[in-house]
Design a protein around this ligand. Structure first.
Ligand code: UD1
Ligand code: CA
Length: 494
């Protein structure tokens, strides 16, 4: 809702092919920080809580819809939040069109509108008019300008007191952007595109971000009147500014909080540059909170990283999804950590892969450990090199130090699992559980054939293949007895 309780709509222009990307994929599906460009914008919209979100698509239409729908299907939280909009949509929208009958799109709260031919930014907004409420205001955004922030858009909305506000910025190199023309009183009079600009106009350094907040009544009034009489023969959205000025409307402007928020992506080089700008922004925020990065240019945060104080992150660590690090966590080079929480004072040695896992405090992991989903490590436990875990709990102070597979297992506290121990959890059809009691000791190179229980304080002899439960405080040895043949002759060549 707007401040005045008028409905708020969001229009995201995403119909362009993005020829310069040299890709079979539509531009808005290219990824920045591991997420499609358009999903960045949609996530921001989710936090703004508009009453209606319209995405104008064109090139690669079905692919855009499918990819975005799949993306949110795999993100239960985001889906739930966006579906709130849908229920309101279905009661408020009086018109229905083919474009919004897609079920999963509806669940996202997106109204998809096709712009079959890309005749310009003004035309792109024009094709939404059937779907656009007659009252309230609209934020006009771009699927290829991914990093505009909620704060900036709220400022833009607040600035819109007379009907039109726009996001502008004074830059050093304005080439290619629309220029903001102002009169002697500093009031905006028009936007002129690079290709239509006179030499004097080209010298203007205040540029149009292309992002606006406009009253819907004005969009309905001005868009049908656009002409394509210009250097590019396109219907320019920018022309509505001049129309508003002619109607005596004072155009308000706002600035983005961070310059990169208005950066668009047109080619691979710009995409890579924006990625680094974004990464450097995220790193900067974490540095403010006491995180040390060995090299801010050699870390990637693809999602949300929350970290305590005195955390150290060495080079080439990648964080994906939601990752939480406690205080004093020390991460050495080369790990990939996804959707996991790591407790205070953990030490992650080089080259670990940690996915959907919960790690207690004071845990040592790696080097070269692979923690697969639903691994839980208790405080002060250790998982060493070439150990793989999955759907397993390892209790406080327990150690699995070398070359093991621990799957579908519950390991108690103070357990020592010897090198090369394998939980045989899969019989080719079903998965079965291994339970190891507190204080047990599993000798090296043992196979624990699940389902099987090893009692508290039990000892398993090295090299055992354990197929039956082992009672508390007993020794189990299950291996061939050693034999000896005196005077044994090795075979000779025939
Ligand atoms: C536009 C602005 C310019 C501004 C610049 C900021 C106009 C006329 N010019 O120029 O003042 O400085 O953005 O980046 O608006 N799109 C469609 N359908 C179309 C045409 C475009 O959906 O028919 C979408 C594109 O996918 C893209 C966005 O609109 O996401 C901008 O289009 P683009 O052609 O890149 O506009 P610019 O020439 O950069
Ligand atoms: Ca552009």
């Amino acid at each position: 809702m707007t401040q005045s309780n008028q409905p708020l709509s969001i229009i995201i222009l995403s119909a362009g092919k993005g020829t310069r990307m040299q890709s079979a994929k539509p531009k808005v599906l290219q990824t920045l920080a591991g997420k499609p460009l358009l999903a960045h914008v949609l996530d921001t919209c989710k936090d703004i809580q508009a009453d209606k979100t319209i995405v104008v698509y064109g090139f690669g239409g079905e692919q855009v819809k499918t990819t975005i729908n799949d993306y949110y299907r795999m993100m239960p939280m985001a889906k739930a939040e966006l579906s709130r909009q849908t229920s309101e949509d279905s009661t408020s929208s009086s018109t229905s069109s083919e474009s919004n009958t897609d079920n999963s799109a509806c669940r996202l709260g997106i109204t998809w509108v096709e712009q079959a031919e890309q005749l310009g930014t003004g035309h792109a907004v024009q094709v939404t008019l059937d779907e656009l409420p007659k009252t309230g205001q609209s934020l006009i955004l771009y699927g290829d300008v991914p990093l505009v922030s909620v704060e900036t858009l709220q400022n833009l909305q607040t600035a819109n007191t007379q009907g039109v506000s726009m996001l502008t910025l004074t830059v050093n190199n304005p080439f290619g952007m629309g220029r903001i023309k102002r009169d002697a009183n500093d009031n905006v009079t028009a936007i002129v595109e690079q290709k239509d600009a006179s030499e004097a106009e080209q010298a203007i350094r205040e540029v149009n971000s292309g992002i606006y907040c406009v009253n819907n009544e004005l969009l309905h009034r001005y868009l049908p009147k656009l002409s394509n009489d210009n250097a590019q023969n396109e219907y320019y959205l920018t022309d509505i500014v001049k129309m508003a000025v002619d109607d005596g409307i004072m155009i308000a402007t706002a600035e983005p909080t961070h310059p990169f928020e208005i950066d668009g992506v047109n080619d691979r080089k710009q995409l890579a540059q924006l990625e680094r700008r974004w990464q450097s922004h995220l790193v900067g925020e974490l540095q403010k909170h006491g995180v040390q990065f060995a090299d801010p240019a050699r870390v990637d945060i693809r999602g949300t990283l929350t970290a305590g104080q005195d955390v150290f992150v060495d080079v080439n660590v990648v964080f994906e999804g939601d990752v939480t690090l406690g205080d004093n966590v020390y991460i050495e080079a080369g790990s990939v950590i996804t959707n996991s929480s790591i407790g205070n004072a953990c030490h992650i040695k080089p080259y670990c892969v940690i996915n959907e896992s919960i790690i207690g405090a004071g845990v040592d992991i790696g080097p070269f450990a692979h923690l697969r989903p639903n691994t839980e490590l208790g405080d002060n436990s250790k998982v060493g090199n070439f150990v793989e875990t999955k759907k397993s709990t390892i209790g406080k102070g327990s150690k699995v130090n070398h070359l093991s597979y621990i799957g579908d297992a519950t390991i108690g506290e103070g357990v020592n699992v010897g090198a090369g121990t394998i939980t045989c959890n899969y019989d080719g059809v079903n998965k079965s559980q291994t339970v190891i009691g507190d204080g047990a000791f599993i000798g090296s190179n043992s196979s624990l054939v699940a389902p099987v229980n090893i009692g508290k304080g039990a000892t398993v002899g090295a090299g055992s293949t354990i197929t039956k439960d082992v009672s508390d405080d007993t020794l189990a040895v299950a291996r061939g007895k050693q034999m000896q043949k005196d005077g044994w002759q090795r075979p000779t060549k025939k």
